[in-house]
Design a protein around this ligand. Structure first.
Ligand code: ZN
Ligand code: ZN
Length: 364
């Protein structure tokens, strides 16, 4: 909930991956206007259930206050006041009840009910920050996450225009599975950074990549995606090296490792020096390629193929296995979440944290 005043509305596609064909709204805290195809049907309050079914004809059917409404194209459920919420549950297929603030617009797509949550951007961000950062962080960390997520929402507000909304509620955009539920520290963080975004000196919005743990050195976008992006550099991060996901280990059968590099990259396995290098790979500084670029094996390919937590690893043959000792979790570009959380815990302010991970950006 926000006590932050009204600002821009966002249209978020929610529960999009469920392909819901039957849903219900209930347990309203507050009252909602229910409107279908421009007809006002009444007020939904705490005891009412609004049940909506998808028909293969591309229309919706709604049961509300003992009446059945058929052949509907569009249903709107509009909140009377800010800070009220309602529970949305998937019946077919099942999806656990989730609480949302804001308004709802329901229409049929070719195969399911399209549910759009129309919500004030700052209230949306409260839900996003909790879903992305959990409920056990410091205020200054939540401020960082608020600014990053607000910037992302602004930059990507046309990402899903073909679907009829602005952002989805998944990792693809930003995770938004419900309203903010637990710590109200998040509301203070969002509110006290209201309208603040990351930008370049010239005022354009800046790209806001982040990952769980950089392993002690961040990556450049070209190391990860083969793409230059202004303002994102590789540097040593000392704040994340003793945290939860700082190191990891994995053993992979030699035969799997060898057959992948031979079949995919024609690795010269018959050459004794190459073989020795294949079995003893170390990277002190972060690299983009396994052994060296001449072999043409991007570390990101190995990460994807063998489901490694990061590309920041050493690999050594031990018996019949390649033993992988790695650092960090995620792509490593931009802000390192565990490093930033640590900075907040030991007393750095949000602008110092942002200045550390994004030295070329300004908070505006
Ligand atoms: Zn998306
Ligand atoms: Zn880090």
């Amino acid at each position: 909930m926000t006590a932050c005043g009204f600002s821009q509305q966002m249209r978020i596609g929610i529960l999009t991956d469920y392909q819901l064909k039957k849903i219900k709204f209930n347990n309203a805290i507050g009252n909602y206007h229910v409107i279908a195809d421009s007809n006002y049907l009444g007020l939904a309050s705490s005891n009412d259930i609004i049940e909506i079914n998808f028909l293969s004809s591309g229309k919706l059917v709604m049961n509300f206050k003992g009446n059945k409404y058929t052949s509907l194209k569009k249903i709107s459920i509009l909140s009377l006041f800010e800070e009220q919420c309602i529970q949305l549950t998937g019946i077919n297929p099942t999806a656990n009840g989730r609480l949302y603030e804001g308004d709802f617009e329901l229409m049929a797509t070719k195969s399911a009910i399209r549910i759009i949550n129309s919500i004030d951007i700052e209230t949306y961000l409260e839900g996003v920050v909790e879903c992305e950062a959990g409920d056990a962080q410091k205020l200054e960390y939540y401020k960082v996450q608020s600014i990053i997520s607000r910037t992302y929402a602004q930059i990507n507000k046309n990402k899903h225009s073909a679907d009829g909304y602005q952002l989805c509620d998944k990792v693809h955009c930003q995770v938004y599975h419900h309203k903010r539920l637990n710590t109200s520290v998040i509301d203070s963080a969002v509110c006290s950074t209201k309208n603040k975004v990351l930008s370049f000196e010239n005022g354009t919005l800046a790209p806001t990549f982040f990952s769980a743990n950089c392993g002690g050195q961040t990556c450049t976008p070209s190391q990860v995606w083969n793409e230059y992006i202004e303002g994102l550099h590789s540097f040593q991060d000392t704040f994340c090296i003793y945290t939860k996901q700082a190191t990891w280990h994995k053993s992979i059968p030699i035969s799997d490792w060898v057959s992948f590099v031979v079949s995919t990259y024609r690795f010269p396995i018959d050459d004794s020096l190459s073989l020795q290098l294949l079995y003893n790979f170390e990277q002190e500084d972060r690299q983009a390629f396994y052994i060296h670029p001449g072999y043409g094996i991007p570390l990101r390919d190995l990460r994807e193929k063998f489901k490694l937590k990061s590309t920041y690893f050493n690999a050594k043959k031990e018996g019949e296995f390649m033993v992988i000792n790695g650092r960090g979790f995620g792509h490593g570009v931009g802000l390192c979440q565990e490093g930033a959380m640590k900075m907040a815990r030991i007393g750095y302010s949000y602008d110092q944290i942002i200045g550390y991970y994004f030295p070329d950006y300004i908070v505006k």
